[in-house]
Design a protein around this ligand. Structure first.
Ligand code: ARG
Length: 457
């Protein structure tokens, strides 16, 4: 008997069905159903033999899924119904006992939490691998000078190691965000029933420990209506993808003929269908362009969730495709970023040539005057005058004549300028904590290694 006198309209059926995408949750759904059947028997809600039958049937379903033999039927609305339907075909009417003390509302929240937990772990591991690659690269390029930029204008010289480690710290914060997301998936929704709890004294603590959760969710209404952990995952993923897009963007610039700071491995570049000479940094460009897609999923889920009255609403079904696509996209980007960086060859001479631009030491010259008691604002103006004179005459700072110095910067002798411009001086003078002086970079690298080994500060 059905409550409905009419069959579903095909358009409604197509709109309503989630099986085409939530079939991906099947392994989690089977795992939680097995735990649920055992729990029902332990609590005396069903007989031990019935639970054994259910487990046997679920094992068979699991094998079909693993072997790609599981058949989805046209009227399977979602993964939960499909698995129960198949289970009942295998074990007979006892299959109908599995849904005792459970609703699809707590069931789907549990599947999605388990999926999110696995994806947060996977992302965290991939981020860790990428951090390790960056630490190795920093170690191999410790003393390579390069210009650093603001507004994409040459600003001050830094070591390549320092720049590479900047990416590492961004990723380290991403890893923490995924750690937070893991914590957010630690409360078990299952046992909340439709929304109010269930009419049996079930053992939710047993379920939690069987399914890898820390504890049952405190409130059944909250449990079936919350997708906070998906927002947390998407938020961590969006920030991480934004970092990867910045990295991609820099590699596009650095590998350009104009900068020529690096060359990407052939395995991570592509050619042109018309211009035979081309080697394009497509992977780096795609890292740049995938980030808004992931951020879009985050914004979309906020849109789905905002203003929803408690508790379950079918709107919640729209969490999955955003989550799935974000996880797939992010994991692919992380793997590609790692492979691309591993294969990148940096070009020391090109970086060094750009870093030797004397104008990059202008701040250092101003600071020399500061040491002699000139207020920084004044020394800034004095050096700006020198820079302007050098640019007008088309010479380097060190080529300004004594006459220029006498009128523009009487406190500075040519030897002062030469001292500040001495090779490496502007780098090695950046001794403040977190600065680019080699001692500081080595210190930073040690902290990064400790962080990677799991005992960061
Ligand atoms: N396919 C649904 C989803 O993804 C499962 C839960 C359905 N619950 C319900 N009361 N209709 O959210």
């Amino acid at each position: 008997m059905s409550r409905f006198a009419e069959p579903q309209d095909p358009a409604f059926r197509a709109l309503n069905a989630s099986i085409s995408f939530d079939i991906r949750l099947a392994p989690y759904d089977v795992a939680q159903s097995r735990a649920h059947a055992r729990m029902l028997a332990r609590c005396g809600v069903i007989a031990a033999e019935e639970a054994a039958e259910l487990e046997r049937g679920l094992e068979a379903v699991c094998e079909e899924l693993d072997a790609g033999r599981f058949e989805v039927r046209p009227d399977d609305e979602d993964v939960h119904m499909a698995i129960e339907r198949r289970l009942t075909e295998i074990v007979g009417p006892v299959g109908g006992k599995l849904h005792t003390a459970r609703s699809r509302n707590d069931q789907v929240a549990t599947d999605v939490a388990m999926f999110t937990r696995d994806r947060a772990r996977a992302a965290s591991e991939l981020v860790g691998t990428l951090m390790g690659t960056l630490a190795d690269l920093a170690e191999r390029h410790l003393e390579w000078a390069m210009p650093a930029y603001t507004h994409l204008q040459r600003a001050q010289p830094v070591y390549l190691s320092h720049h590479l480690l900047a990416w590492l710290w961004k990723l380290q914060r991403d890893r923490r965000r995924f750690g937070f997301c893991l914590e957010a998936t630690s409360e078990l929704p299952l046992g909340a029933g439709a929304l109010a709890g269930v009419n049996f004294a079930t053992d939710r603590r047993y379920l939690a420990s069987e399914l890898g959760f820390d504890r049952p969710a405190e409130n059944s209404i909250d449990a079936v209506s919350s997708r906070d952990f998906v927002l947390d995952y998407l938020s961590a993923a969006a920030t991480c993808a934004t970092h990867l897009s910045q990295l991609g963007s820099e590699l596009v610039l650095w590998s350009s003929e104009e900068l020529g700071f690096c060359e990407l491995a052939d395995a991570f570049a592509s050619g042109s269908s018309i211009m035979p000479q081309k080697k394009n940094p497509d992977a780096a460009e795609l890292l740049r362009a995938k980030a808004p897609r992931i951020a879009g999923h985050l914004v979309a889920l906020h849109g789905v969730l905002h203003g929803l009255p408690l508790t379950y609403n079918k709107d919640l079904q729209e969490d999955k495709e955003h989550l799935f696509d974000a996880a797939d996209t992010l994991e692919l980007c992380l793997a590609a970023a790692d492979g691309m960086l591993r294969g990148t060859r940096f070009r020391r001479e090109r970086m060094a040539a750009a870093a030797s631009d004397e104008l990059l030491a202008a701040t250092d010259l101003a600071d020399l005057l500061v040491r002699r008691g000139v207020p920084f604002r004044e020394s800034h103006a004095i050096v700006a005058g020198l820079v302007r004179a050098a640019l007008e005459r088309g010479v380097a700072l060190s080529q300004l004549g004594e006459e220029d110095l006498r009128t523009l910067a009487p406190a500075l002798a040519p030897s002062d300028i030469a001292g500040v411009l001495r090779q490496g001086a502007p780098l090695e003078s950046k001794v403040s904590e977190g600065g680019t002086a080699l001692v500081r970079v080595r210190e930073q690298l040690a902290h990064a290694r400790a962080e990677l080994a799991g005992h960061g500060r």
